[in-house]
Design a protein around this ligand. Structure first.
Ligand SMILES: NC(=O)c1ccc[n+]([C@@H]2O[C@H](COP(=O)([O-])OP(=O)(O)OC[C@H]3O[C@@H](n4cnc5c(N)ncnc54)[C@H](OP(=O)(O)O)[C@@H]3O)[C@@H](O)[C@H]2O)c1
Length: 336
């Protein structure tokens, strides 16, 4: 069985670690001191919702079937596949702490599940392009005040080599995640998946944060869907300038959206919108950036908008809508 290390014990970190360990994998979690303390006090990872499990935590050497907790990157197993889960703004520091202390062996590889594209450049710069695997996930969830992680949907996860060839490490890791109940596909076009997800993130985060309309009600506002379409068109043009075509994936069928045109996408969203006056107490579906905005947490504005605008400028591709979205989101970012 492959060995995994998860950097960051937040929503996705705990969901991946708990699920992988419960399926018998060897998993080490590198947590911040404050979250390690909370996990030690609870004695276990608690996942609720779409994944229900209580996974015991131990300190010390990793063993199959339990989560080994550490706050010291030097103790990460040398042959692990390391999944980085800090938010975009915390990622450079997390990468640097691991790079400075970890001694990776020959089979070691790294990936990041953050929204955006820059994560892979940062990982490749620190650990080498050959160790860096592309990853995308739409597993969804959030952390409760008491430390439990509520998983709202298992979503879909994709792993792939940047060389666009299949590899044993990707196949083995994807199979382990799948067997652990996290639907995962090994792909040979990870850039297409990354940029298709990027289109969706650039479009949805801007329209939901700037309008404060939940993603489940977006379909009631054709003008917001038009704004979304404009943003995905610009992002897709930046990908196209790099020779990367768009694809259709669960939750972000970008190729189809581009073919449908704005009116078609507006009709598609309208059909799927929840009623304007929902049942009292029914949960709202909000994008992660919208949730961060409401909670007063820093937004991943630079890792997504700042980075994509810089790429557009380097490639000479016009991106006026994304640039405007970047500036407006920068201004309302609680972390500015
Ligand atoms: N949640 C979702 O539904 C979802 C879905 C798809 C993609 N994503 C993306 O996935 C990423 C993670 O999201 P999330 O919701 O899991 O965030 P999160 O709950 O805030 O988890 C991030 C974790 O990383 C930890 N961390 C930060 N710096 C660290 C360091 N230097 N060393 C070790 N751990 C460190 C944080 O520590 P503390 O515990 O001290 O805060 C936190 O536990 C984001 O980029 C997000 O956009 C999220």
């Amino acid at each position: 069985m492959p060995e995994f290390a998860i950097v960051g014990a937040g929503t996705l970190g705990q969901a991946f670690a708990g699920s992988l360990a419960a399926a018998g994998n060897t998993v080490t979690v590198l947590a911040t001191a404050r979250t390690a303390e909370a996990l030690r006090a609870a004695g276990r990872i608690r996942l609720r919702g779409a994944i229900e499990l209580d996974q015991p935590i131990v300190e010390g050497d990793a063993k199959p079937g339990v989560v080994s907790l550490t706050t010291d990157p030097a103790t990460l197993p040398p042959e692990a596949g390391v999944i980085f889960t800090p938010k975009g703004h915390a990622l450079p520091t997390a990468i640097e702490s691991v790079r400075a202390a970890w001694r990776p062996g020959e089979a070691a590889w790294v990936c990041g599940i953050q929204n955006g594209i820059v994560k892979d450049d940062l990982l490749a710069a620190a650990f080498g392009q050959e160790r860096t695997v592309g990853a995308v996930t739409i597993l969804g969830g959030g952390r409760e005040a008491d430390g439990r992680v509520v998983v709202t949907g298992r979503g879909a996860t994709f792993l792939g080599e940047f060389s666009d060839v299949s590899s044993q490490r990707v196949e083995v890791a994807a199979a382990a995640l799948k067997a652990a109940g996290i639907p995962t596909e090994a792909v040979t076009n990870i850039r297409t998946v990354l940029w298709s997800k990027m289109c969706n993130a650039v479009g949805l985060f801007a329209v939901t944060c700037l309008s404060r309309v939940s993603s489940s009600r977006l379909g009631h506002y054709p003008e917001l869907v038009h704004a979304y379409c404009g943003l995905i068109r610009e992002t897709a043009a930046i990908a196209a300038a790099q020779g990367i075509p768009m694809g259709d994936y669960p939750g972000f069928p970008i190729k189809s959206y581009l073919a449908m045109g704005d009116a078609g996408v507006a009709a598609y969203f309208a059909e799927r919108a929840v009623p304007m006056r929902p049942t009292p107490g029914a949960p709202e579906s909000r994008t992660s950036m919208h949730q961060d905005l409401i909670a007063g947490r820093p937004l991943e504005v630079e890792a997504i908008y700042g980075d994509v605008v810089a790429r557009a400028e380097r490639l000479g591709v016009p991106a006026p809508r994304i640039t405007l979205a970047r500036d407006l989101i920068r201004a309302i970012d609680p972390g500015r």
